[in-house]
Every structure is written in C-alpha cells, then in structure tokens.
Design a protein around this ligand. Structure first.
Ligand code: X2X
Length: 334
C-alpha cells in the first residue's frame, strides 16, 4: 500500500541520515612513518591504530602511511608536514624532526647515552619533559615515546675499530646536519640522503657504509647490498615520538585526547620492549648470514669518544645547554 511505502521511505531516510551523521562523526587521522610494519617502527604505529580502533569502537581511527609517502620520501619534511596539517599525526624519529626542533639533537650527540638505562632516564626524566615542551612550542603535540634503537655502523670495506678506519669512507647519513659533523670529525666522507635513496646507493656502491639500528639492518637485509662489516659502537640512540598536529588535537574531545595519549604510551612501551628483546636474535641472525661483527674494547671506545668531542662543543649550545645538563642529571644524578 502507499501508506506502507511512505513508512518505508521514512525509515530509509532516517537510517540514511543516521549513517551519514555517524560517518561524519567517525574520524580518520593520517599517521606518517618512515618504516613499514616489517620493522618494529611501523609495528608501533599499527599497534597504536589497533588500540585506538578497539577502544573507540571505530569512532576514531588511525590510518598509517608508511615509507614517508605523505612527504614524497623526504623524511626530514615530516615534522613540517605535521605542523602545517598536511598530515594529522606521526610516529617519527628524533633525527628526522631535528631540523625543525633543534632540541631533538640531544639524542644524536655521539656517545652521550651509553645504554638503554640512560635512554629511559632521559626520556622519562626532566630532559624528556623539556624535549616534549620544545615540540609542543612548535605546534605539535607529543604523546609518547618509542624506539628505533641504538645505531650501529656498517660498511663494505673492512672492520672498523678505530677512527682511522673511517678515513675517506663514503658514509650515507640521514639528512640532519649533526650527522654530517660527526662523520666529518671522524675523518669520513658523509653524504646526506633519505632512507628511500639509501639502499640503491649502497647497492651501486655509491656509498661505502651507513648507520642504523640492528632491526633495520636485519629486516632490510643490508648485508645483501655488500655491507659485510658491522661495528657495534652504540654511538647514539634513536627514540621515536608519537605526536599529533595541534589543530587536530584541539578539535578532539577530552575523551578522545585521553584515548590517543594512553594508546600512544601503551603502543610505545610495547614496541620499546619488543625492539630490545629482539636485538640478541637479530645480531645472531646477522652473524649467521656471514657479517663480520666488531665490538669495541674500552680503549677503542674512548678513541671514538675523543674524536667526536668537537661535535659536542659545536652542538650543545644549539641544543640548549640546559637540556643537555638536565639529561646528564637524569642519567647520572646531581
Ligand atoms: O633513514 C634512516 O636511517 C632511518 C630509517 O633510520 C630514519 O628514519 C632515521
């Protein structure tokens, strides 16, 4: 009957408008990462997305865009893109954001943090708070920490256990000026390039070496592009930071903010633990594939420390001596 049809139309209209308003309310945020979920880094972002989807009943979702694709492969533009709102959020490396947030160079100071206890003392201490304030003052809201890991040195030429071994070696470094200075101080010939360009450059032999955490070396099979020598020198740790654009943050409800922060902290803690737990197996796998692994004794370590002291002289003022001092106190006490 026509009455029946009218009712049907009304019901349809109501359910249509309900689903439209639901889809307007359900919000998807883009999350940028440099590495995919083949790596702990990408897995950290996916974990964050899973936790958010679960606990928001799908009302708020995160969509992860790996391989720096939202910044056309240029990872040093990730922070600017997040600040300007081109991307909503990111799980990013302190190295890649340091061109815009100089305080983040704290973590790249060579041989400043010796082990994971030092890292945790800094990220969980006063210096960590100061670093988060520095990020926030530049229009991005930091939520939690993750970890890419301690960065180790590999090359195709031979074992490296003293600075002289780096003499004239072409080393791919990330696009952050501090790394240029560190490898220049060591007598190497550093070349800045994105991760996207790094593997081809290693493959063709355009560069002799690179530096990255064990997880990256292992998953990306860096040994298969001729990097047969690996020096474990723990010269710096590369923390990851979960963060959101300020305007996006302001537009969220109090409940959504709490959800995003708690899930970022949880995903970060989960990824840090996993990354650290996996390192021994990764090292064993790398050795198994025939890579010559060099460890430094105390005197050899000291020679690298001394060779890079000029980098501290140059960079502590740019980072801010207050933050560097706070980090020292966080690690070693007053
Ligand atoms: O480019 C690198 O070496 C990487 C993947 O480790 C970073 O993004 C810092």
């Amino acid at each position: 009957s026509s009455r029946h049809l009218t009712r049907l139309a009304t019901v349809t209209a109501i359910s249509l408008s309900l689903s439209i308003s639901a889809s307007v309310q359900a919000r998807e945020l883009s999350v940028s990462t440099v590495l995919s979920d083949a790596f702990p880094w990408g897995q950290a972002a996916e974990k964050w997305a899973d936790l958010v989807a679960e606990r928001s009943d799908g009302e708020l979702t995160l969509r992860v865009y790996p391989n720096s694709q939202l910044v056309n492969g240029d990872q040093t533009r990730e922070f600017s893109a997040m600040r300007s709102g081109l991307i909503d959020a990111a799980v990013g490396s302190t190295i890649n954001w340091s061109p815009q947030v100089p305080e983040l160079n704290l973590f790249s100071l060579p041989f400043f943090m010796a082990d994971v206890d030092d890292v945790d003392s800094v990220t969980g201490g006063t210096a960590g708070e100061m670093v988060f304030d520095a990020i926030e003052s530049r229009g991005v809201v930091p939520l939690g920490w993750g970890e890419n890991g301690f960065r180790q040195l590999s090359n195709s030429r031979g074992p490296i256990d003293e600075p002289a071994d780096l003499d004239g070696l072409k080393i791919r470094v990330v696009g952050s000026p501090l790394f240029q200075d560190t490898f220049t101080a060591l007598g190497a010939n550093p070349t800045q390039m994105s991760w996207t360009d790094a593997k081809p450059a290693l493959t063709t032999g355009a560069v002799d070496g690179q530096e990255n955490p064990l997880s990256v070396f292992d998953v990306a099979r860096i040994d298969q592009v001729g990097q047969e020598y690996l020096t474990l020198w723990n010269y710096m740790n590369d923390p990851l930071i979960f963060a959101v654009n300020q305007q996006v943050w302001n537009s969220l409800s109090e409940e959504e903010r709490t959800l995003l922060r708690e899930t970022a902290e949880e995903a970060g803690a989960w990824e840090i633990e996993m990354t650290r737990e996996q390192e021994p197996e990764r090292l064993a796998a790398i050795k198994e594939r025939g890579v010559t692994v060099t460890e430094l004794d105390e005197a050899q370590h000291q020679a690298f420390v001394e060779a890079t002291e000029s980098v501290h002289d140059e960079w502590v003022p740019r980072i801010g001596s207050e933050i560097v001092e706070a980090a020292r106190v966080d690690m070693h006490g007053e």
